[in-house]
Design a protein around this ligand. Structure first.
Ligand SMILES: *[C@@H]1O[C@H](CO)[C@@H](O)[C@H](O)[C@H]1NC(C)=O
Ligand SMILES: *[C@@H]1O[C@H](CO)[C@@H](O)[C@H](O)[C@H]1NC(C)=O
Ligand SMILES: *[C@@H]1O[C@H](CO)[C@@H](O)[C@H](O)[C@H]1NC(C)=O
Ligand SMILES: *[C@@H]1O[C@H](CO)[C@@H](O)[C@H](O)[C@H]1NC(C)=O
Ligand SMILES: *[C@@H]1O[C@H](CO)[C@@H](O)[C@H](O)[C@H]1NC(C)=O
Ligand SMILES: *[C@@H]1O[C@H](CO)[C@@H](O)[C@H](O)[C@H]1NC(C)=O
Ligand SMILES: *[C@@H]1O[C@H](CO)[C@@H](O)[C@H](O)[C@H]1NC(C)=O
Ligand SMILES: *[C@@H]1O[C@H](CO)[C@@H](O)[C@H](O)[C@H]1NC(C)=O
Ligand SMILES: *[C@@H]1O[C@H](CO)[C@@H](O)[C@H](O)[C@H]1NC(C)=O
Ligand SMILES: *[C@@H]1O[C@H](CO)[C@@H](O)[C@H](O)[C@H]1NC(C)=O
Ligand SMILES: *[C@@H]1O[C@H](CO)[C@@H](O)[C@H](O)[C@H]1NC(C)=O
Ligand SMILES: *[C@@H]1O[C@H](CO)[C@@H](O)[C@H](O)[C@H]1NC(C)=O
Length: 613
């Protein structure tokens, strides 16, 4: 059946298009117009060039309706580098135009005549002027009875949005995108009469005032994005009556009051972060079945976290509020799709519940800066997809279970500032992707496991303020951000295992019992910016470090500055010079030897050849 239609199409195509060529030509008035326009674009190497390609329908961005009625349907000049716009009204002579895309150019203005004449094209559905350099106020739209999509985002338009769109109200407009401009003033109350609106994006402007309650009248609205403005007042409860609304983002504004209880009823995505919302999270707020992403972080919400949550949830962010109570009230068993859980910087209490181990898709878990206590449940380490685990600044005690090694995907592990004791398990050798390891500020004892040297992704090791001791193993050679072993019980000479860390920027060995001289190999750590050796038992002369390194050696009674005016490293420089000289000498010698040998061999071969001849 399909192939029949296909053959029929081919037949029609050959019949109309290849045989009598005239049928496949663009109507001659449109063709001439397009050629006229192409001469006015004012850009070099224009993709529209009638010398290169006489048929405008084959030009980049031109779509023609051929063979049906030989006319142009859509034009995209996106990214053409256009800076002049005087030719724009010429497009309005194309009656068949449905879509005009001028995005990603450098236009600063649009002639008024364009809006006056293009409004007459009843079939024009889409206008895209996004990502230009348009200034001034939003143009006024007359007629445009068929317009469905209007995109002026990423420009520098300013002033208020009010009467310019009035004529569109009874019409079809579906998508209104005015984000990333400099619009001020309120969202017009009249927005409620654009009954066909499906998508409104007014984000990244300077709009102020309240969200008009009339927005609840937009019964087809699916996406409402008001992020990054200066909007105030309450979140209107009428939003909960829009059964089609899937995404509501009003983050980074100045909304106050409490969250209306049922606005999540139909939503998939809700973002109200960075506002001044107060009160509790309504008990059934997180349970509606479509809910996938909720971000309420950076508000002033308080009270407990609702236990019942939607099994569709993928991302839940409640950080930086004043929420309290146990997190064990969450029904983790139902959160089969949860990938990101961020509850940091609140006042949650109690233990990390073992049930968390059943959220098997979890990739990021941030419970930092709460008042969680108890021990690390081994079930936590069932979360084998975990890439970021942040538990710092809590009161978690006990030992680090060796099962932690099951988290093979980890790239960030931060359990600093808790009350962990016992040793660092050698199973950390599994962390092949680990970039940041932070166990600072606990009560960990014993040695640093030798296996740490295999963790080649590590850029940062923070082990300060523990009770670690014994010999320091080789460190991964890519370390860059910091190696912090301060405030531990290390003793003996500064270990040779620290040489070779040529990318390391901060080395903190302070507040231990390191003794002996400051070794010369530290001078060779060429990326070093900060070296902290204070409060140890080091002795001897402080070597002369490059001026790019800030060195703190205070609190080592046995250390002294070099007494001569000659920097200590001048010795070293001489040594290097001598080494270089002798290397060159050796090379010269070697080359000489080779040359002599070569000569001898050639002579020999020559001789032999002569003998053989
Ligand atoms: C194209 O330009 C020529 C010369 O400027 C003009 O005579 C002609 O009317 C124009 N044609 C159209 C279709 O605009
Ligand atoms: C059009 O193409 C011709 C032939 O390649 C070239 O000489 C001419 O400069 C081009 N015109 C423009 C406006 O780029
Ligand atoms: C040509 O076809 C397009 C799309 O089907 C339509 O919008 C336009 O009005 C037609 N033009 C004429 C002249 O029939
Ligand atoms: C306009 O063109 C750009 C670049 O091709 C594209 O990303 C954008 O979706 C187009 N706009 C519309 C409304 O189709
Ligand atoms: C908005 O206006 C401010 C000050 O008038 C200006 O600095 C900023 O660049 C403008 N932003 C845009 C996107 O035009
Ligand atoms: C729009 O909403 C307002 C306030 O919610 C209401 O008073 C008004 O009757 C509604 N208008 C229409 C046309 O539905
Ligand atoms: C919204 O929630 C309140 C209180 O929970 C309830 O009385 C009201 O009926 C709900 N409204 C809708 C539209 O579901
Ligand atoms: C954790 O994994 C172990 C097996 O590795 C399994 O027996 C246990 O039931 C899992 N626990 C949870 C909470 O998923
Ligand atoms: C954990 O903290 C709670 C109060 O937040 C306290 O009742 C409980 O005894 C603490 N548990 C442990 C093991 O310290
Ligand atoms: C770990 O937590 C500490 C304490 O809050 C913080 O200073 C540090 O930046 C964190 N590091 C990472 C990689 O999260
Ligand atoms: C470490 O242990 C000592 C005594 O065992 C205790 O006084 C101290 O508070 C502990 N430090 C931390 C950070 O838990
Ligand atoms: C070494 O010299 C520095 C700077 O001149 C001085 O601050 C420091 O106290 C001296 N240290 C000793 C051990 O003399």
């Amino acid at each position: 059946m399909r192939s029949c239609i296909y053959r029929l199409c081919l037949l029609i195509y050959f019949f109309f298009c290849l045989y009598p060529l005239v049928f496949c030509q663009l109507a001659s008035n449109q063709k001439q117009l397009m050629i006229n326009i192409s001469q006015q674009l004012g850009i070099s190497n224009s993709p529209w060039n009638s010398t290169k390609e006489p048929n405008p329908c084959r030009w980049e961005g031109v779509t023609c309706n051929i063979p049906l009625n030989n006319s142009i349907v859509s034009l995209s000049l996106s990214g053409f580098g256009l800076s002049t716009s005087n030719f724009l009204p010429m497009f309005c002579q194309i009656d068949s135009l449905q879509s005009l895309n001028l995005s990603n150019n450098i236009l600063v203005s649009i002639p008024v005549e364009f809006f006056n004449s293009c409004g007459r094209i009843d079939g024009l559905k889409s206008l895209d002027f996004s990502n230009n350099k348009l200034v001034g106020s939003l143009p006024t739209f007359h007629k445009f009875v068929g317009l469905e999509s209007l995109d002026f985002s990423f420009n520098s338009l300013s002033g208020s949005i009010n009467s310019q769109l009035n004529d569109l109200s009874a019409l079809k407009i579906l998508h209104l995108v005015l984000s990333k401009n400099n619009f001020t003033g309120p969202i017009p109350t009249e927005i409620g009469i654009y009954q066909n609106l499906v998508r409104i994006d007014l984000s990244f402007n300077s709009l102020s005032g309240q969200i008009p309650a009339s927005i609840g009248n937009l019964t087809k609205l699916q996406v409402l994005i008001l992020s990054s403005n200066k909007l105030t007042g309450l979140i209107p409860a009428t939003l909960s009556s829009i059964t089609t609304l899937r995404r509501f983002s009003a983050n980074q504004n100045k909304f106050v009051g409490s969250i209306p209880s049922n606005i999540t009823k139909f939503l998939s995505i809700l973002d109200l972060s960075y506002n001044n919302l107060i009160g509790g999270i309504p008990w059934d707020f997180l349970s509606p079945s479509n809910l996938q992403t909720v971000d309420l972080s950076y508000n002033r919400l308080e009270g407990p976290i609702p236990g019942r949550m939607s099994s569709s949830l993928i991302r839940l962010r409640l950080g930086s509020n004043s929420l309290s109570g146990p997190i064990s009230s969450i029904d983790f068993a139902s959160l089969k799709n949860l990938m990101y859980l961020e509850l940091e910087t609140n006042s949650f209490t109690g233990m990390i519940p073992p049930e968390i181990g059943s959220c098997s898709k979890l990739a990021l878990l941030n419970l930092a800066q709460n008042q969680l206590n108890g021990t690390l449940p081994v079930e936590l380490f069932n979360l084998t997809n975990l890439q970021v685990l942040k538990l710092q600044l809590n009161k978690v005690g006990g030992e680090i279970p060796s099962q932690i090694g099951q988290l093979r995907m980890l790239s960030v592990l931060n359990i600093s500032w808790n009350s962990l004791n016992g040793i660092i398990p050698s199973s950390i050798s599994n962390f092949r992707n680990l970039v940041n390891l932070n166990l600072q500020g606990n009560n960990l004892t014993g040695p640093i496991p030798d296996q740490i040297s295999n963790l080649n992704s590590l850029l940062e090791i923070q082990l300060g303020e523990n009770k670690l001791s014994s010999k320091i193993p080789s460190m991964p050679l890519n370390l860059q951000i910091s190696l912090n072993l301060s405030w531990n019980l290390f003793e003996g000479p500064i270990p040779k295992t620290l040489s070779g860390l040529f990318s390391l920027e901060v080395l903190d060995l302070s507040n231990n019992k390191f003794s002996g001289e400051i070794p010369d190999f530290l001078l060779g750590l060429s990326s070093l910016k900060q070296l902290i050796l204070s409060n140890n038992l080091l002795s001897g002369v402080i070597p002369k470090f490059s001026q790019h390194v800030s060195v703190n050696t205070s609190g080592n009674p046995g250390l002294q500055n070099a007494t001569t005016n000659y920097p200590v490293s001048s010795n070293k420089r001489t040594r290097i010079a001598v080494t270089i000289l002798s290397t060159i000498a050796a090379a010269v010698l070697a080359i000489g030897l080779v040359a002599i040998t070569d000569l001898l061999i050639r002579k020999y071969i020559h001789k032999t050849e002569r003998i053989l001849r």
